[in-house]
Design a protein. Structure first.
Lengths: 391, 170
């Protein structure tokens, strides 16, 4: 009964393709999974849009959408109808072919990244040996779509937004990959299924998630920072700075193409949260051993939605970083710290089991963090506030 | 297997031809990105997963962006008024043919397993990422370190070039 609830989607798929002849069953199985992903993730996107508007509104002491359905739950549907029926304006001097292809490329690439995420027990669409590398390859391709959008609009502000966006995404890819490399080192495989299987063990009822280890916590924090920058979310959203660059690289897009960019950004957030969940938060494994009866896909999607809630929370709280502050932060703080984290993960692995490695690894990370913060703050002359009064 | 190969080959060759024949330079850069993606698909069709995904990550994700940045920062991307073909096209053809001959000789000389006369491939050893990792850390560690040193030198050089431009602007 419990196993049935856990595997209900897999069993449903097998029952449905059982109606087809044997030759077609492989293709039909893959097609069915693809249709399921294309149905589920835009629904999650609608939920994330509603969460964002309501969440940001409450944090800014206003109410948010409350007209369209109970608590404004049908607001995303109203938004979808609006974007579908708006006029599609293409600037006269814009490069029509590239202008058209940019949102298409972004959407395709973002959905392909979801294919390797293990969304439940036995619920990975494509179980690849080099699954993590595939995900990052798709993430790198989305930068090209950003550039295509900004350049083809023949608009100074779009091009500026696109250049900033690409520079930021390239800079933050290095910490994103390096913090995942620490996980790969400890697990010993690039396959995401094996990463989840390695975390699906329990000691005294507590799980072996990587976030609960010193190197894992540091790597998770850096992964979260880099993921916020990769998806151009505040506080790293200068490329689409709403108060500076109109809308950055997608200024000249209206109607459905803008909706595709919006979809691409949010599904990108969902998929990078999904990867963070898989690598650090244990994927589909339950938080405590006695909760193992709850279906695995429930844990995966709740963790992803909680990560989205944290993204929205950070957006409503922190001010935006300036472009040079953002780049300095990436190259001068986060990347050296990821390299140190790799070293600490290696020390963790080779010290063997026991309590000593917790103390050594935590000490190294905390001292390094304090040193880097101290040096940074000294050079910027942080200190007590100095008051200067007019004479 | 053949049909997939011809399809991917058509995509790659079309991308390469478009990169030469288009007039707008940024369009050429995007067409060469399609050719890179076609090469990655070829690697994947040959079951070399790591090479295929690394090709996408490095070429499409970084080299293509580098090319478009270089185009944007060094010339205006308007279509040049006079033609894009140079006068010394014959010399270019000879050099391209020479490079192709060298690459073809290197590839043909290193193929150890060829498909049988019936078209059925003989058993090729599956190379996993683990094997690549072991080889890079074991037998090929010196090329790995040299490449790392080269990349560091390139990075430092890029920073120095960018810094000098800022000083001159002052």
């Amino acid at each position: 009964m419990i196993a049935t609830a856990d595997q209900i989607f897999v069993l449903l798929k097998h029952w449905l393709i059982g109606f087809l002849p044997v030759g077609l069953q492989g293709v039909a199985g893959v097609l069915l999974s693809v249709v399921a992903i294309i149905a589920v993730f835009p629904t999650l996107f609608a939920l994330a849009v509603w969460m964002e508007r309501k969440g940001l509104a409450r944090m800014q002491n206003r109410i948010g959408p409350n007209r369209v359905g109970p608590f404004g739950l049908l607001q995303p549907i109203a938004d979808a109808i609006k974007s579908l029926t708006k006029e599609d304006i293409v600037p006269l001097r814009a490069d029509t072919a590239v202008h058209f292809m940019a949102p298409v490329v972004l959407t395709v690439v973002v959905f392909m990244g979801i294919a390797v995420l293990p969304m439940g027990r036995n619920m990975t669409l494509v179980s690849m040996d080099a699954g993590l590398l595939f995900f990052f390859a798709m993430g790198a391709s989305s930068e090209l779509a950003v550039f295509m959008a900004g350049w083809s609009s023949r608009n100074k502000y779009s091009l500026l937004g696109a250049m900033r966006g690409v520079a930021q995404m390239i800079s933050y890819e290095v910490p994103l990959l390096m913090s995942s490399v620490a996980v790969v080192m400890i697990t010993g495989s690039l396959s995401l299924d094996k990463v989840v299987a390695a975390q699906n063990q329990y000691t005294w009822g507590l799980p072996h998630w990587y976030i609960f280890t010193p190197w894992g916590l540091a790597a998770f924090l850096m992964y979260a920072t880099a993921a916020t920058a990769e998806t151009n979310r505040s506080p790293f959203d200068l490329p689409e700075g709403e108060s500076e660059l109109v809308a950055g690289y997608f200024t000249e897009y209206s109607g459905f193409k803008w909706a595709l960019f919006f979809l691409g950004e949010y599904v990108g957030m969902l998929s990078i949260s999904g990867l963070g969940t898989t690598l650090f938060l244990g994927g589909w494994s339950a938080p405590f051993a006695f909760l193992g009866w709850v279906p695995s896909w429930f844990w995966f999607f709740s963790k992803v939605l909680m990560s989205i809630a944290v993204f929205i929370w950070i957006r409503g709280t922190l001010p935006r970083l300036r472009q040079d502050q953002l780049m300095n932060f990436a190259w001068k703080f986060v990347i050296p710290f990821t390299l140190l984290d790799l070293l600490v993960a290696a020390i963790w692995r080779f010290m063997g089991d026991g309590w000593a490695r917790w103390i050594v690894c935590s000490a190294i990370l905390l001292i390094a963090y304090a040193l880097m913060c101290g040096v940074g703050m000294y050079r910027k002359h942080f200190g007590l506030r100095r008051y200067r009064y007019a004479e | 297997m053949s049909f997939v190969f011809y399809l991917i080959a058509a995509l790659t060759v079309a991308g390469g031809l478009a990169a030469i024949l288009f007039k707008n330079t940024v369009h050429c850069a995007l067409a060469v990105t399609v050719a890179f993606a076609g090469q990655a698909l070829m690697f994947l069709a040959l079951d070399a997963q790591f090479a295929g995904f690394a090709q996408i990550l490095v070429y499409v994700g970084a080299v293509a962006i580098l090319i478009v940045f270089a185009i944007l920062l060094t010339r205006n991307s308007e279509t040049p008024k006079d033609g894009v073909y140079s006068k010394n096209w014959f010399v270019g053809l000879v050099i391209a043919a020479g490079v192709f001959a060298v690459l073809g000789w290197a590839v043909l000389g290193s193929v150890r397993v060829l498909p049988g006369p019936g078209g059925a491939p003989t058993a090729t050893p599956a190379v996993t990422v683990l094997d690549i990792g072991n080889a890079l850390m074991g037998r090929y560690v010196l090329p790995l370190e040299i490449v790392a040193l080269l990349l560091t030198a390139a990075l430092i050089g890029a920073v120095i070039v960018a810094m000098h431009e800022k000083e001159r602007a002052k």
